[in-house]
Every structure is written in C-alpha cells, then in structure tokens.
Design a protein around this ligand. Sequence first.
Ligand code: TRP
Length: 513
Amino acid sequence: MDAPEQKRQKADSGAVVTEEQAAEFAAKAQAEGRPRLRILTGDRTTGKLHIGHYVGSLKHRVKYQSLYDTFVLMADVQALTTHYDRPEILKQSVREVALDYMACGIEPYTGGPDDGTKAKIVVQSMVPAIADLTVYYGLLVPVRSLIDNPTVKTEAQQHGFGIKQIKVPKVLVSETYRPFVEKIKARVEAEFKELGESSLHDYYEAITEFWNQKYLIKQEDLESDAEIRLSIDVFLVMDEGNAIYKGDFFASGQMNPWEILGDLLNLPYKRKTLREIILQLKHGRDFTSMTYGFLGYPVSQAADITFVGAHLVPVGPDQVPLIELCREVVHRFNSQYGKKKRVLTSPYALLGVREALQGIDGNAKMSKSLNNAIYLSETDAEIWAKVKPAPTDPQRVRREDPGRPEVCNIFSYHKVFNGEKEAGIDEAALNVATVEEVAENCRGAKWGCVECKQHLCKKLSAILDPMRERRAEWEKRPDDLQDVLKAGTARANEEGEKTLERVRSAMHMDYFR
Ligand code: TRP
C-alpha cells in the first residue's frame, strides 16, 4: 500500500468527517431548528503560539466559530503531563495563548445568555467536571489501548519512554580520536537539535555502540564497494586510546576507520541510527516509568471533549487516534450505563485541509524546543533576524546560480503564505511576487535568496499586522482579558455540571437527590 492510499484509508475511519460533511450536518441541524453543532478545540499552554499553529489550526478556528458553537480549551492540566516539573510556565502561557487567540480574531463570549455565536475560552484546570469524568472514564479504558495508541506512542518516544535502554561497555576517551569525535558530535548535534547538548564521552560511547551493533551497510547505498567488503562483522574496541579492530572489515586495507565512519554518516539513515543510539544513551527510559498522568492523558482528553458534548473536534491527522479513543470511551460508557439512552455524545474528528509548516531551519517540525519557530507575537525585526539566515537551496551558492524552489524551505513558506491561501495577502497591493513569480525568479536566478526572503517577510507582515493591532488592544485591557477567561470557564462549568449529573445518575451515584 503506498503512502497516499494509507492516508486515504485513515481518513475513511468512522471517526473522521471532512469540512464539507460537517457543513452538511450543520445545515441539517439548522433546517431542523436544532441548536448549532458544537466544536471543542484546545491547545496545551506550554508557551506562545507560532505561525505553524496559525496555518495548522488557528485560522480554521476563526472560520469555524461563525458556523459552530465553539469552545476553546486552554489545556493547562494536559500541559502538566509533560511539564509537571515546570508549573510556573503555565501562568505566563495562559495569558500569552489568550492574547494569541484574540490576535487571531477569535470572537470571545463575555458572559450573559449564550446563543452559540461566540467562542467560549475555557481554562481546563478550572473545570472540575473534567477531572471527575476522567476518573470515571478511566474505569473503562484498558491500559493496553493507551500503550498501543499511535499518538501516545509517538509522543512517548519523543520524551524517551519506551525506547530500549542500552548499556555500553566502558569506553576510554582517546585523545588521538578526539578531533574526529568532535566533528561527528558537531554534525549530529547541528542536524538533530532535539538531542540537546551531550558530552564528548556520550559520543565515544554512541560510536562504539554504533560499531558494536554491527550496523551493516546496504549494498545499494554504496557508490563504490570496491574497497569495502560487505560481509562484515565489525568491532571497534577502544582500549586505552588504541582502537583494536576485529573482523574482516578493515583487515584487507589500511583504511582509517574514522574516514569510513565519516562516509557512513553521509547516509541519512546511518545518521538516524546514531541519533537513536544517542537518544537511548541519554534518555532511554522504560515504558513503565512513564507517569500514570502522562499515559492517561487521552482519557482526560476524552473528558475535555465530552463534558460539553462536542460533536466535532478539529484536529490534525496525528490526533485522530485520540478521537477514536474518545469514541470508544463514549461507546463503552453508553452501553455499560446508558440502558439505550445516550448519556454521552460521540464526537467526530473534523479533518480539514491543513497546511503543515516546517521549521524555519528546515526541520520537519516547527516547535519551541527546536528553537525554529516564528511566533505570532514577534516584530518584523525579530522575524527578519530568523528568516535572513535560514537555509535555502544548498546548491545555490552564488547569486547567479539557478535555484531549485522545490527543495527550498523558504519556497515552501511562499506556497503557504500567498494571496490564494490567505485573504490578507494581496501581492499587487503589497508589490511582492506571487508564488509563481517567486519560483520563476529563483529558477532563473533573477533574484537572490535575500530578496526572496524579503518578499516572504512582507507577506508575513500583511498577516501579522492586523493581529498585532488586535493584540495591542487587548494588552491594554488585562482585566477584560481575564474576564473573557472567567466568562468562558463559567459557561463551561454549567455544561460540565450538567454532564456530570447525567453521568453520576447513569452510574447510580445520585445519592443526595
Ligand atoms: N492534545 C491537544 C494538543 O496537544 C490539545 C488538547 C487538549 C485538545 N484537549 C483537547 C485538542 C481536546 C482537542 C480536543 O494539541
């Protein structure tokens, strides 16, 4: 099955609806005089939001709020599942994220009767029903379905859980090899910023492990295998600064193993192997040392969604398994306690067409921890300081070299930020190149990368300027901002209490009626 086919199958899961399907449901509800369909979305409050959040979700929320009754959850408790040791960042983040919402054009509910046309902004930790429901739902969720959940798995691995722990024999640091190891370290660290800082010793160990594990070279990856015999059984043992080789890999020639290692690391999958080893050495933690709260966050997310009876949850494909889990919880709860009554509402994942934005450094993901994000709250000067040095087509060395837009990360931004995709960008009025002109100017070496980047930044400003204005307005009114959160949270609590009452009574726990 090829990749697109796989994607299509995923999108066909019963948990998912498209924007068109959702709009049909909404129209039907309206025709039947029912209240607006309800949407719940949320963000972990671990820091300010960036333009990746904007294209991936915020701009869609702004569009959805006029069609659906919207609840936006600031998931501060969920943030704690990975940041429990840094609770102090939450308070600051809640304010920053709230300002980001206002900047993007979320129209907040500020109290009074709720006709479903304004977005309720809700602070998760201030809604006790979510915590209560989490406990009840936890009764129905087998541990296996959490451990096997693809979203949990991926995230667990990012935090070092579930990757095999390895033990390497003691390695002595040899001065002779230091320059080689330093070079490898610099290279791996530059490419995989998520690894953070490691000691040189970590790298000695990782490289030793790299050899010890007999990571064989694939024949097709070698342009010339004349000098390298492939039936290898390689050991590199560092013994008091001397390398002792065993096996027939090096037996035939006088090859410098570090040169071979350098060549090996030109192969992307070999670099990934070394990355994995370093990750294992540094962070290898057994799956069972994950906290209960971390493993269980999908249960709490099911509570986030069901406490308001959300019909739709706009998410990216990575979160779909969590919606599937939520539906499983609802199904189990209703069949266990509902006696044919639908106590809880089963949600759909609303999978719209979303742009994915790489980090400005070309890393696949834009994220705070990789330090490659452009924040909605940054000034033009701050953004230029990040865009100017950003990598472009590596083969375009001189100004007159023709460029290849298809491999250039800056071009991938031009493809996302242009007049066709963003109402706020009018190329003619801004006097900047359209996406086609960008490609042409690049291919024909009609402009340099700096000029191309300047055009991109003008387009970004066109989107960010109105956000800056709205942000500045709200920054002047911190009490009003606080009131927006209070009003949204109070409204959420009304719904939470109603849901909890239904749940308790279905579970025969309505003692004091
Ligand atoms: N898990 C989501 C994220 O990491 C945030 C979130 C928390 C959420 N609760 C939610 C998303 C409920 C949708 C519905 O981005």
